[in-house]
Design a protein around this ligand. Structure first.
Ligand SMILES: Cc1ncc(COP(=O)(O)O)c(C=O)c1O
Length: 442
């Protein structure tokens, strides 16, 4: 019985949750999960034989043959092996299953590795370089762990790439207050939607090596690459191909998730970290810390297994799996283009190509009277705009100040996840809103 609004529902373009916006689950994953949770289905359900075999294999690796039992803290060994095989297929370089640590979503994996940096040296805390704009898990976790946030700006004019002089500036300025020990790179980017070029990754690796930084390669969107000419290059692959002295010395933790990609299984909580070149006692310490939390969700691990070892050509589930995957990704590709094109037609808006991930992060200008109105309302201008948008249209986006942006610029992040029809409606009402807003404050 609240206030009447000029819309019937809120469009939640604020969070990267594909299923919440109507994306349908991948059949193979759900059939395997159905069987592992209710094993009677293995005999009774009309599911393909490779689904049933997979369910039996997963259950065989679980304590007492039940998905309800605790697993090893860093994950079921068989699934870690499948993840290592997935990485080998992706990169054409060896991966060791012992270096794979499964987690409850990538978030937990990232936090676990960040915890390794929690010591003070020479009375100074550790600093972690993170992109601005950034995904707020990083700022929040750094604050929680007493680590110093060292922001480096992404270069909006260069498709949100990482500029070497900006990395050096941020590193040097921070050195007096903290020991800078790690560098976070999100590729493909959230909230910025860029896919880094291989040469950019090479320079980042050289920079990190020169300053002995542990690289956090947040690669949860590795399957979400849309733009013509863009390609995902994993940090691990580029590191191996750069050769020595980088290949065997740069410390790297790379993260992947089942929440994104074509799967979008956010609620199942599955992810992994691949640890590269960590000193064995450090890795042992990490595995010891992880064991205090018992284990990541076994159901999430079962879903990881389906992602790391999907049906292969010739297997009964392959065609349906490949079709469903391709449909999700091609629809996301169309939505990525539509959204950037629409924003670029709007007065005062500039939106980089959404090369990958699930978001657009356009910049927009606000008339001076809107800035005054925001000030009078006690809000940042982009927050004021986002609230007005929500109030008038029911479209929920996140203001750029939630991720960080260069002072004096305004952005917001929207996902590309509303299904195509809804997205078209959303963009139409967005355009109308923006015209009315600009006219009101002209
Ligand atoms: C860049 C990035 N990293 C990590 C995560 C965490 O994902 P999850 O914990 O669901 O695997 C997200 C979620 O949106 C993300 O965008």
């Amino acid at each position: 019985m609240g206030a009447r609004k000029p819309f019937s529902k809120v469009i939640k373009a604020n969070i990267g949750d594909a299923h919440a916006m109507g994306q349908v689950p991948i059949t193979f994953i759900r059939q395997v999960l159905a069987c592992v949770t209710y094993p009677d289905l293995i005999d009774k359900a009309d599911f393909p034989p490779d689904v049933k075999k997979r369910a039996r294999d997963i259950l065989g690796a679980c304590g007492g043959g039940s998905i309800g039992s605790y697993t090893a803290s860093h994950g079921i060994e068989q699934i870690r092996q499948h993840v290592a095989e997935y990485i080998e297929r992706r990169d054409c370089h060896p991966a060791r299953w012992q270096d794979i640590c499964l987690s409850a979503g990538a978030s937990t994996g990232i936090k676990n590795v960040l915890q390794l940096l929690c010591n003070h040296l020479d009375g100074k805390p550790s600093g972690v370089m993170i992109p601005i704009p950034q995904y707020p898990l990083y700022s929040a976790s750094l604050a929680e762990y007493g680590l110093t946030q060292v922001g480096y700006y992404l270069d909006e004019a260069a498709q949100w790439g990482l500029a070497l002089d900006e990395l050096e500036r941020s590193y040097k300025e921070a050195q007096k207050d903290c020991n800078v020990r790690a560098l976070v790179v999100i590729n493909p980017g959230n909230p910025t939607g860029q896919v880094l070029t291989r040469s950019n990754i090479e320079s980042i690796i050289k920079f990190a090596h020169a300053h002995r930084l542990l690289v956090f390669a947040d690669e949860v969107y590795q399957d979400n690459v849309y733009a013509e000419g863009s390609q995902f290059h994993s940090f691990k692959k580029v590191l191996r191909e750069l050769g020595e002295p980088y290949s065997s010395t740069l410390e790297l933790a790379s993260f992947m998730s089942i929440s994104k990609g074509y799967m979008g299984e956010c609620g199942l909580r599955g992810g992994w970290a691949e640890l590269v070149n960590l000193a064995p006692p450090v890795q042992a310490q990490l595995y010891k810390c992880v064991s205090a939390m018992l284990c990541p969700s076994a159901l999430g691990q079962a879903a990881i297994d389906c992602v790391a070892k999907p049906p292969m050509p010739g297997e009964p589930s392959y065609e349906q799996w490949a079709r469903e995957k391709a449909n999700v990704l091609s629809s996301l590709r169309e939505r990525a283009t539509l959204i950037a094109d629409t924003f670029n037609q709007m007065e005062g808006f500039k939106c980089n190509v959404v090369q990958g991930a699930m978001y657009a992060f356009p910049s927009f200008e606000l008339p001076p009277r809107a800035l005054e109105a925001a000030k009078a309302a006690g809000k940042e201008p982009d927050v004021f705009y986002a609230f007005e948008l929500l109030e008038q249209t029911g479209i929920c986006v996140v203001p750029g100040s939630g991720f960080g942006q260069r002072p004096g610029t305004f952005h917001f992040r929207t996902t590309i996840l509303p299904q195509p029809e809804l997205l078209k409606q959303m963009l139409d009402s967005f355009k109308q809103f923006h015209q009315a807003f600009t006219a009101k404050y002209a």
